[in-house]
Design a binder for this molecule. Structure first.
Ligand SMILES: Nc1ncnc2c1ncn2[C@@H]1O[C@H](COP(=O)(O)OP(=O)(O)OP(=O)(O)O)[C@@H](O)[C@H]1O
Length: 355
């Protein structure tokens, strides 16, 4: 549905050049929800604004619904843009107009009669759960309600794509959940393709099928959600995953706790990540029995990602080095990821693998 091919974008102002996007390519399938995550300044907004050509790429091609937008003249582009709705962090509603008029606004040149517009607006109000707010003004609505109006307005022309630029960043966690649920419902009901820009992995975790991770103008990693969660490759992806599992807090605790910091020669501190069916297996007692090692669970967490449980444990394994290496091998063979945090034999240096 969306295809970006070798997109670069360089901003030039007062002779200063900023390369916001560097040769980016991504394919987003019809009906998919794709999250774009990255730190501030990574290029996320620029990327999403290149999809509807609110920003003109410096080079590269943009295709939406099999149409190359980058080759269109301005009138054709205006028409093509009706296929792409967009919502923003601060809602961008017209304060002096009622909810009804805000939603009706994009329909003004649609050729629909007054009655048809009224029917359409009420349909949209029902879709976003605000049937009783038609005559309210934006200032009398909560943040979540304002974003619902913005969603209704973005969907007025029956677009096939919805772009969401930090759409939940100004909302509290509970309202964020309700807006994400609404987006998921709309995605299912209308088969809408959705691109969500965010800096929160919890948002991605909640509704995305696929994730693109951005850093310094590049997409450094893109994959389906479970893959990103269980086998992140880059440092920046690992950082975002760790925010969900609260990994940083775990490491802080480990640093503070003298006894864990100074583990014995025959001890190993490791992170174990396991997915789906593996979460139900008694692999801790299995490795303990089979390889004659002691295994203590120091921290544990199971997150549900797209209806798939992902388990995360920090364990201390004690035993002979050969046995511990066999444990590593066994877990790998069973598709369970083990990452060494610290090994006693390596003078407690973090993330050092011993053999
Ligand atoms: N209109 C502009 N003129 C010049 N530079 C710009 C412009 N818009 C963005 N930039 C620069 O391009 C880079 C990418 O910005 P962008 O807003 O796309 O990042 P972002 O990941 O969306 O950041 P944030 O999460 O803070 O919104 C930044 O270095 C930014 O300063």
């Amino acid at each position: 549905m969306i295809s970006l091919k070798n997109i670069s974008k360089t901003y030039t102002s007062e002779n200063i050049k900023v390369e916001a996007l560097k040769n980016i390519s991504i394919e987003i399938e019809e009906g998919e929800i794709c999250g774009v995550i990255g730190f501030s300044g990574a290029g996320k907004s620029t990327l999403v604004r290149c999809i509807n050509l609110l920003e003109d790429p410096t080079s590269g091609k943009v295709f939406v619904d099999n149409q190359e937008l980058t080759s269109l003249k301005s009138k054709e582009l205006r028409n093509a843009r009706k296929n792409i709705g967009m919502i923003f962090q601060h809602f961008n509603l017209m304060k002096s107009k009622t909810v009804f008029k805000n939603i009706a606004y994009p329909l003004k040149d649609s050729g629909l009669s007054k009655d048809q517009i009224k029917t359409r607006v009420y349909e949209l109000l029902e879709l976003v759960g605000l049937s009783d707010k038609a005559s309210s003004y934006p200032n009398h609505l909560s943040g979540g309600q304002k974003q619902r109006v913005a969603i209704a307005r973005a969907l007025a022309n029956n677009p096939k794509v919805l772009l969401c630029d930090e759409a939940t960043s100004a909302l509290d966690p509970q309202t964020t959940q309700s807006i994400l649920k609404l987006l998921k419902d709309i995605n299912k009901k209308l088969g809408l393709t959705i691109v969500i820009i965010t800096h929160e992995m919890n948002v991605v975790k909640e509704i995305c099928d696929k994730v693109a991770v951005m850093d310094n103008g590049y997409i450094v990693e893109q994959n389906d959600l479970i893959h990103i969660f269980t086998r992140p490759k880059t440092k920046v992806t690992k950082h975002f995953i760790s925010t969900v599992f609260q990994e940083n807090k775990i490491y802080e605790l480990l640093e503070k706790d003298y006894f864990l910091k100074e583990i014995d020669e025959d001890e190993l501190l490791a992170k174990i990540v396991f997915v789906g069916q593996n979460t139900g297996q008694a692999f801790i007692s299995k490795i303990s029995r089979q390889f004659k090692i002691d295994a203590s669970i120091l921290f544990g967490n199971i997150e549900i990602v797209q209806a798939t449980p992902i388990g995360y444990l920090v364990v201390k394994l004690s035993g002979q080095i050969e046995n511990i290496l066999n444990v590593e091998k066994y877990l790998k063979e069973n598709n369970i990821e083990l990452e060494v945090i610290r090994h006693g034999k390596c003078n407690n240096k973090p993330t050092t693998k011993c053999s």
